[in-house]
Design a protein around this ligand. Sequence first.
Ligand code: UT7
Length: 334
Amino acid sequence: MTGTISTQTGSAHAGLLGIGAYRPSRVVTNAEVCEHIDSSDEWIRTRSGIIERRFAEPHETVQMMSVAASRKALDLAGVDPAQIDCVVVATVSHLMQTPAVAPLIAAELGATPAAAFDISAACAGFCHGVALGADMVRSGTAKYVLAIGVERLSDITDPTDRGTAFIFADGAGAAVMGPADVEGVGPVVWGADGSKYDLIRQNENWMDVVEMNQSEMPTLRMDGNPVFRWASFEMAKVAREALDRAGMTVDDLDAFIPHQANMRIVDAMARALKLPDHVAIARDIVYQGNTSAASVPLAAAAMLESGEAKSGDTALFIAFGAGLAYAAQVVTLP
Ligand code: UT7
């Protein structure tokens, strides 16, 4: 047989059509964190920018938070769940190793029989999802895509570990992507540096836990300072490249929405990029902590809700973390 495989094309352009967020109900102060580690409210504020964060209650599962954020994004987009062709969930804290959580979320939303799968790119996961979603819309693989970033990091953070207990937190954010008249998602600049694999990691793999007959789950560990230096210096270059590849400069930006890893990293990137005064900078970390894959959509939703940014604004997304993995793109906010 010498038949030719038919192919398909999608929309010339893809765009973000709606962004939604879910913030867990329990507020955790720095004072509460300091009950378990030798630290202080002042140290945490000055070194990370965090004043408080949210931890999920038992009923606020990865699935529940994702569905709540997605319903808001779908409502804002005016897209029915049944129109979604693919659900991509970025998370490292869905504690069932298989199956993925995405099919459960898709089923609860009524987005069936959409393709549904999880991706593991840690804090950079949501921006990976946006890149995949936009490519699917443009290639015709899907007409509408739901990309979710969700974490319950409180489940996998050791409250007595001084290097991580004050920084990580919980939440969910979601974006609906679909066809657009003009381009709304610029080329992604993404990559990974596996030589820095150990800088943010689970302290033990599951096999070690079983072999050592331990009853405790593995938890996260981070060599914070090398990650801090890498993010502060290298990520500004990635951000600049994402602007270049979108054919833009910092003057074209209305908003800068980086991963909310540490306020000092946000400030260092803003300085390195020489962002003009008119660019609104996301500072959601102050009251949300570092929510890994959820942080960019949570910060974007907060800016749209508060009026700091508005629909049609040009924003730069950039996210980075364990792997070390990173991804950045220029987007038009929905
Ligand atoms: O989201 C994924 C990517 N993650 C990130 O991008 C996070 C990157 N890293 C960071 O945000 C920062 O490295 C941290 C906020 C985690 C730590 O800040 P740092 O300025 O890098 O602190 P450090 O580790 O260099 O430690 C400085 C000092 C040390 O004391 P000495 O040696 O100067 O006396 C530490 O022992 O701060 C001490 N220290 C603490 N003190 C109070 C370390 N952790 C704590 C703590 N409370 N929790």
